[in-house]
Design a protein around this ligand. Structure first.
Ligand code: SAM
Length: 243
């Protein structure tokens, strides 16, 4: 079975070769303009399927408000703002993302969620949030982002740095499946192609291990099967860590 899996992945890598070459000569960067449109449209069906999960995840966000009663929340890789409707009234959101082409879609979500206050957008990757001061936010949120970053530990380090003591890091991420499952077979085989279609998305990360090693004082983590979501990204982890 292992041999078949490795062979199928090689075939898939060969099929992906033109995309690899486009990336090597810098032309794949054009896809960064198209990806936000795809991601924005996919968000509607993902949010429909994950509505209950997201509601449950963000249920206690308001309890992390600072001593003055205000809640300052920073989102890493906010994309088109798919989580805004789940945030509590009056919360101030700091949006960050390395891809500025999400801008038009982000504005639509902002217009549709007037119960929030929006700080200036920061164009930055999660690995380097240098323009955000240490211990300056109450909550950091990261959903469907850690699959695409170049270093999960560095993103988690930045999240911890910008959080105040007692603040929370919320996550909802797809992860690798059990290696004995068919889901893992498909994740392993199709990952090379999925990587390009998903703008750098990898599907075989055991992200929970990075969360366990990130040095938070508490970790509340659940493994779930995302209802109705495509097999490749069905296994998810959801929860929050406290600094
Ligand atoms: C699949 S989208 C998810 C967007 C949004 N968080 C959501 O839940 O709908 C992945 C997002 O991660 C962003 N991203 C990719 N690499 C990143 C990095 N190194 N740091 C922060 N965000 C990154 C992308 O620009 C994109 O907005």
């Amino acid at each position: 079975m292992k041999c078949l899996m490795v062979f199928c992945r090689l075939v898939c890598s060969a099929v992906s070769l033109p995309l690899y070459l486009l990336e090597a000569v810098g032309l794949y960067a054009m896809y960064k303009r198209l990806f936000p449109l795809l991601a924005y449209n996919i968000t509607f069906s993902y949010n429909d399927k994950m509505h209950r999960v997201k509601r449950e995840l963000f249920r206690n966000v308001a309890s992390f408000a600072g001593s003055d009663g205000t809640l300052r929340l920073l989102e890493i890789g906010c994309g088109s703002g798919a989580n805004f409707s789940f945030y509590p009234d009056g919360c101030t959101v700091v949006c960050t993302d390395p891809n500025r082409h999400f801008d038009a879609y982000l504005r639509r979500s902002m217009d549709a969620n007037k119960h929030l206050t929006y700080d200036t957008f920061i164009e930055a990757s999660g690995e380097d949030l240098r323009s955000v001061e240490d211990e300056s936010v109450d909550v950091v949120v990261c959903t469907l982002v850690l699959c695409s970053v170049s270093s999960v530990p560095r993103v988690l380090h930045e999240a911890r740095r910008v959080l105040r003591a007692g603040g929370a890091f919320y996550f909802l991420e797809h992860v690798v499946s059990d290696p004995s499952s068919w889901t893992y077979f498909f994740q392993y085989v199709f990952e090379p192609l999925w990587y390009y279609l998903g703008d750098g998305c990898t599907v075989t990360r055991a992200t929970w291990r990075d969360l366990e090693a990130a040095g938070f004082s508490e970790l509340h983590l659940r493994h779930i099967e995302a209802p109705g979501v495509t097999l490749m990204i069905r296994p998810h982890i959801t929860g929050y860590s406290i600094k």
